[in-house]
Design a protein around this ligand. Structure first.
Ligand SMILES: Nc1ncnc2c1ncn2[C@@H]1O[C@H](COP(=O)(O)OP(=O)(O)OP(=O)(O)O)[C@@H](O)[C@H]1O
Ligand SMILES: [Mg+2]
Length: 509
């Protein structure tokens, strides 16, 4: 658990870490103030019940005389207002601390998911050949949330709970050491042993949850991408079953996790009440004087009233942390992984061929495979030539194209442009000079203009350039005849266009 927190802390920026410190202090302040707020009501009530206390208690007497009160009733009204002000202040502070906590946790959620998203975008192309996109989506959307809600917030709660317990214990031990020790030992042992019993289970449940979430993402994505085929072939049930299975597993695990975090509360309430009852019975049976019995009962009552919730807070915090630990491992390793610098569309000057593009002795093996797909291939493409790669299916044509695009890096040999070897540094400049039309063009659910000017913000689109490109790709006439022209929306994956129109939009890009 400590190792998980070390990882988690290394993921936070220095600013977030110092914020975390503040949040902890504020939450701790709230917990202690709440004790004070509740505590301040009782002295007031006892003064109302017994006004003579004003003369017996030194503080009250001092207040009464210094402020120059003449009647006891007025003083009581004053004390009442004082208590009210304390209550208002503690409640305002509680509301403020809540705001601080929510803001902090959602801002962590924002910054972690943004960083993870950009870390994935910075991974080399081969990474995406081995990863299912559902994993990436789940990590960015779900796992980050589990890290924040299941580790950061419960971590704060556990520390605050410990601080509250220390305060109450000091009080208890001061008043009645033997009884205090007994109470602490019983509650502590009970919670401790329940936690030892469930901790492994919680961790396993956490892993099952992550796996089930992955399945849910994967199946829902796949189902709606192949909906046309599914409708046609009537194989919808298979996908529905798969989704139902994963969802059921997920819900089952979540219910168990929630239950495990709360169940000891009920057990401990019984233990506490039973213990109280036993002590009272014992004291009565041994015929102790009521004057001696009452303070003991009062102390026990106070202990179970304040101490049990604090223990419960720690327990449920720890159980959430165990459950969410898997998420930290996932996010940590993916944020640490090697990345390529993200190249921006605007800042880069293209680097294009003037004479020739050349592959020299290139070999390539896909990661995880032991057979080279391309082996010692050399070829020269002069500028201005039209070249077709012809070969059997699976012989490596697309692989060679991807090597020329710089998406795949050769294991041996190299790609040369005008006799200059393309290094990792040159690659973004090279790629900026390339045009590429894949066989299956992916269109965004946006307008035709936005699809041609792919990835350029709406207000920066140069409409003349878009129309020029559309004319070259032979799609301008079609677009010009649409009622909304270039502002026509194409639907998800360009579903409202024909296959050829989709490809032409891809060429215009
Ligand atoms: N990501 C990958 N990991 C492992 N092997 C791969 C991967 N991608 C492709 N291959 C294998 O590499 C070989 C070459 O694939 P490639 O896509 O280059 O073939 P191709 O010549 O374009 O075939 P086609 O004419 O069918 O498009 C194939 O045997 C394929 O199974
Ligand atoms: Mg191919």
């Amino acid at each position: 658990m400590i190792a998980a927190y070390r990882k988690l802390l290394s993921l936070l920026s220095p600013r977030e870490k110092s914020r975390l410190g503040w949040v902890f202090l504020i939450i701790l302040g709230r917990a202690l103030l709440e004790v004070v707020g509740i505590a301040s009501v009782f002295p007031f009530l006892s003064v109302v019940g017994n006004p003579d206390l004003i003369y017996q208690n030194r503080l009250l007497k001092w207040l009464f005389t210094t402020l120059g009160f003449l009647s006891i009733n007025r003083f009581l009204v004053f004390l009442g207002f004082l208590v009210l002000v304390v209550l208002i202040c503690t409640n305002l502070f509680s509301a403020f601390s809540e705001w601080v906590l929510y803001r902090f946790s959602w801002m962590c959620n924002y910054s972690l998911s943004r960083r993870l998203f950009s870390a994935y975008l910075a991974r080399p192309y081969v990474f995406f050949l081995t990863q299912n996109s559902a994993t990436v989506q789940r990590n960015v959307l779900i796992e980050v949330r589990h890290v924040v809600d299941g580790m950061i917030i419960p971590g704060i709660n556990v520390l605050v709970g410990i601080a509250v317990i220390i305060c109450i214990s000091a009080f208890l031990l001061g008043v009645n050491p033997l009884l205090g020790l007994a109470v602490l030992a019983i509650i502590g042992l009970a919670y401790g042993s329940i936690f030892l019993f469930v901790r492994q289970r919680l961790r396993r449940l956490g892993q099952v949850r992550a796996e089930a979430d992955l399945q849910r993402f994967k199946i829902s994505g796949e189902t709606f991408s192949t909906i046309k085929f599914l409708k046609l072939t009537g194989r919808i049930n298979y996908f529905l079953d798969q989704f139902a299975k994963a969802s059921h597993k997920f819900s089952n695990v979540m219910a168990k996790h929630m239950l495990m975090g709360r169940i000891p509360r009920y057990a401990l309430d019984i233990v506490a009440f039973g213990g109280l009852l036993l002590v009272v019975l014992y004291l009565l049976v041994t015929h102790q004087a009521l004057g001696q019995v009452l303070p003991v009962i009062g102390l026990l009552g106070f202990a179970s009233y304040r101490l049990l919730p604090a223990f419960q807070q720690i327990f449920s915090g720890l159980s959430q942390i165990r459950f969410s630990q898997a998420s930290v491992d996932i996010i940590y390793s993916d944020l640490q992984a090697p990345s390529q610098p993200l190249s921006s569309f605007e800042i880069i000057k293209p680097f294009s061929a003037k004479e020739k593009i050349e592959l020299r002795n290139v070999s390539f093996t896909y990661p995880g495979s032991n057979r080279p797909v391309v082996s010692k291939v050399s070829l020269v493409i002069p500028v201005g030539a039209s070249v077709a790669l012809v070969g059997k299916t699976g012989s490596g044509k697309t692989t060679i194209a991807d090597i020329i695009l710089g998406l795949l890096r050769p294991n041996e040999g190299g790609l040369y442009v005008d006799n200059q070897k393309l290094t990792d540094e040159l690659l973004p400049f090279w790629q900026r000079s390339l045009g590429y039309v894949p066989q299956d063009v992916y269109l965004l659910d946006d307008t035709i203009a936005a699809n041609i000017a792919f990835g350029i913000p709406k207000d920066k689109i140069d409409m003349e350039a878009v129309i020029e490109a559309a004319k070259i790709a032979n799609i301008h006439d079609f677009v010009a005849n649409l009622p909304e022209g270039y502002n026509t929306r194409v639907g998800e994956r360009g579903m409202r266009l024909s296959g050829g129109e989709r490809q032409r939009a891809g060429i215009a890009r």
